[in-house]
Ligand binder design. Sequence first.
Ligand SMILES: NC(=O)c1ccc[n+]([C@@H]2O[C@H](COP(=O)([O-])OP(=O)(O)OC[C@H]3O[C@@H](n4cnc5c(N)ncnc54)[C@H](O)[C@@H]3O)[C@@H](O)[C@H]2O)c1
Length: 244
Amino acid sequence: MSLENKTAIVTGGARGIGAAVCRKLASLGADIAIVDLNVTDQAKELEAELTGMGVRAKAYACNVADNAACKALVKQVVADFGCVTILVNNAGITRDALFLSMKEEDFDAVINTNLKGTFNMTQACYRPFFKQKYGKIVNLASVSALLGTAGQANYAASKSGIIALTKVTARELAPKQVTCNAVAPGFIATDMTKGLEDQYVSSIPLGRAGKPEDVANLIAFLVSPESDYLTGTVIRIDGGLAIS
Ligand SMILES: NC(=O)c1ccc[n+]([C@@H]2O[C@H](COP(=O)([O-])OP(=O)(O)OC[C@H]3O[C@@H](n4cnc5c(N)ncnc54)[C@H](O)[C@@H]3O)[C@@H](O)[C@H]2O)c1
């Protein structure tokens, strides 16, 4: 599998699953735009690490909830790298609470970052993908959308919306040979899930939490030419957690 001459934008790329995706795609030869809320020391260290792997890499600050900022970001990435060929919509947040105690601002924040952020970044990449008649989009959904996890009305709804966006994007862009798929991770050990491991691991058939690299390996396949005939799908990567 090779991603040489490809440029990937990975949102929420500074840590967790996003950082693992950056490393994996770089190991296959892709140039990487690491996008996160701020250019943190962590993002700068990752940029240096990827550059050391022999690819071009640059960290960018962009709030994916901001439509204009996403458009400006994609223009800048194309100016810096010459093109954009891969988009991984990974930036995401949780603000868990049971329905009655969920604050309106927490509902809005999760929808704006997860769902609207995915829409914003996809819209910003539409023209370049359309023009070059090539592109690979992977959206981060969650098994929470499939299971309707209690305490995650905002998050599960945002991830269900992402599954719908994935299907619409796949249909609209198929005539241009652009594919769009979603991955639905289960419990992956990252900052997002810190402290929750004991609660979940006993219900995972494979008996362990997922690693960010488990998800990155799947995403690498979905952005590679090996998956050219795959579009509009949702693939669970959850150690069997949501087997139905
Ligand atoms: N960890 C899990 O168990 C799990 C399970 C299912 C789905 N997911 C999804 O995978 C993705 C990555 O999760 P993670 O566990 O690595 O989380 P994480 O919290 O470790 O990392 C998320 C990254 O997104 C960035 N981010 C947040 N809001 C942003 C915004 N508005 N604009 C740009 N960047 C922003 C954060 O700064 C952070 O670097 C998320 O979409 C999450 O919903 C995670």
